[in-house]
Design a binder for this molecule. Structure first.
Ligand SMILES: [Ca+2]
Length: 83
């Protein structure tokens, strides 16, 4: 049973470490900025979350769904539409 307990503890540790891994990923400047802007953590920017770059929203929202995806956000940062 001790092997089972060790495995269970290891799995629990991995689950607990999950958010830490996510934070490491967010160290990328685009990721960090997107995560910070995505206040409701929906994975897309919409409504008030787009206020900071509303003037350029039509250019940023390339598929015209009214939301800014991570990919659209990244392209906008690379092209200077979002700073
Ligand atoms: Ca979009």
């Amino acid at each position: 049973m001790s092997k089972f307990a060790t495995a269970t503890a290891a799995i629990a540790l991995l689950i607990a470490a999950g958010p830490a891994f996510a934070q490491t990923k967010a160290a990328d400047p685009v990721d960090a900025k997107f995560v910070a802007a995505d206040t409701d953590k929906s994975g897309t920017l919409e409504g008030k979350e787009t206020d900071a770059f509303k003037a350029d929203l039509a250019k940023i929202d390339t598929n015209k769904d009214g939301k800014v995806s991570k990919q659209e956000f990244e392209v906008a940062m690379l092209t200077g539409l979002i700073k």
